[in-house]
Design a protein around this ligand. Structure first.
Ligand SMILES: Cc1ncc(COP(=O)(O)O)c(C=O)c1O
Length: 392
């Protein structure tokens, strides 16, 4: 069998994620501290798990509607309206997905024709470029820098737009940089896009994690933007539910209808027990003024401040991340590439972090450290990284 002839070249050419490689090594290593994986260390609050167990006891073991439980979609509509001031019709404009990950895939496949260009900031989350390639599109990067807070500006967007531009992926708060975009900065983006046929795919999975008193602003809430925005969100990060695989997409009904068609034929529906857990998560959040979300948020904020202070002290300059749960310090002063730094830190001090180039060319010279792990781990990791820096 000649598998080179068998496999789809466009798909087979996509490299494996630069994040996973390190974690396969870590899983075999004793006493390693991992700041690698971007998922909450908190266990899902028990009342959500309990709601899922109760639903199973009652026999809710079947498919739901392709769109997801109507009760859940109604709660999502309420959440989006109260939190981000965007109104969606639960019947036609909200689709419950298998994580935000499925939302990214559906949005891209619903929009992209072969050769269409999709704009993505660099550095950014690892899934967009492969998703664009799977959909037959061309990934075009927009450079962002620590100096401008890793945001997309009106100028950088204008410079990237061509007649083939189909969509802009707007992933703020950003993984890995911690950059966020405020209303004024989003308005600058909106100025470029209004009156065009370019869609925005706003990945808002970290929307509950913005620090320093800032609240996340959804670009869909700006005048003229709702009709050209697909908002993706989910329960993985804010509600500590990564393993449940539950997210959702909101947007104009014409677009959601096509996304739902792909979902209908490929997924049927998101996992039913997870949908019941999410109903409880949202109900409780809306009732309790986001008690669980705020509790986890306060802890992330405490860790964030500890990390920024420690990294700057040990000689790894670190801008202050304003969102998500990652720090993205520069390792340029060590004279090593990101890969070299990560390999040596892991081998010599058993601390696992992710090389910045996994997130794009401009991530080179940085490493990503996740602070979604216990303070104890962070203290140990900073102590070992400090010793590593001194040994250079
Ligand atoms: C920016 C971003 N979007 C989407 C995802 C995937 O989220 P989900 O677990 O909802 O599929 C991640 C996970 O790390 C992420 O960082």
């Amino acid at each position: 069998m000649n598998y080179n002839e068998v496999l789809c070249r466009r798909v087979a050419a996509v490299p494996p994620s630069g994040i996973r490689k390190f974690f396969d090594i870590v899983s075999e290593m004793k006493d390693a501290v991992s700041l690698g994986v971007g998922e909450p260390d908190f266990t899902t609050p028990w009342r959500y798990s309990d709601a899922a167990i109760y639903s199973l006891k009652k026999g809710a073991t079947h498919y739901t509607s392709n769109w997801g439980l109507l009760e859940l979609r109604r709660l999502i509509a309420r959440y989006e309206a109260e939190r981000f001031q965007v109104e969606y019709d639960p019947a036609k404009e909200i689709l419950v997905t298998v994580g935000a990950s499925e939302g990214i895939d559906l949005a891209l496949r619903a929009l992209v024709e072969p050769g269409d260009e999709v704009l993505v900031p660099d550095p950014t989350y690892v899934s967009y470029a492969p998703g664009i390639a799977f959909a037959g599109g061309v990934c075009v990067t927009i450079p962002t820098t620590p100096e401008n807070g890793f945001i997309i500006t009106e100028e950088s967007l204008r410079a990237a737009v061509t007649p083939r531009t189909k969509a802009l992926i707007l992933p703020y708060p950003n993984n890995p940089t911690g950059g966020i975009m405020d209303r004024g900065q989003l308005e600058a983006i909106a100025r470029v896009l209004r009156g065009t046929n370019i869609m925005v795919i706003a990945d808002e999975i970290y929307s509950e994690l913005t620090y320093g008193g800032e609240r996340h602003v959804s670009i869909a809430s700006l005048p003229g933007m709702r009709e050209r925005t697909i908002c993706l969100n989910g329960f993985s990060k804010s509600f500590a539910m990564t393993g449940w695989r539950l997210g959702y997409a909101c947007g104009p009904r014409e677009v959601l209808a096509v996304m739902c068609r792909i979902h209908q034929y490929t997924m049927l529906c998101a996992p039913t027990p997870a949908q019941h857990a999410a109903v409880e998560a949202l109900k409780w959040a809306l009732e309790s003024d986001f008690e669980d979300v705020r509790r986890m948020f306060r802890e992330y904020d405490r860790r964030r401040r500890f990390m920024v202070e420690s990294l700057n002290r040990i000689g790894l300059p670190c801008h202050e991340p304003r969102g998500a749960f990652y720090v993205f310090p520069s390792v340029k002063a060590t004279g090593m590439t990101s890969q070299e730094f990560c390999e040596r830190l892991l081998r010599e001090k058993k601390v696992a972090v992710v090389p910045g180039d996994a997130f794009g060319e401009l991530g080179e010279g940085h490493v990503r450290m996740s602070y979604a792990t216990s303070m104890e781990n962070l203290v140990l990791a900073m102590q070992r990284t400090g010793e590593f820096m001194q040994s250079l």
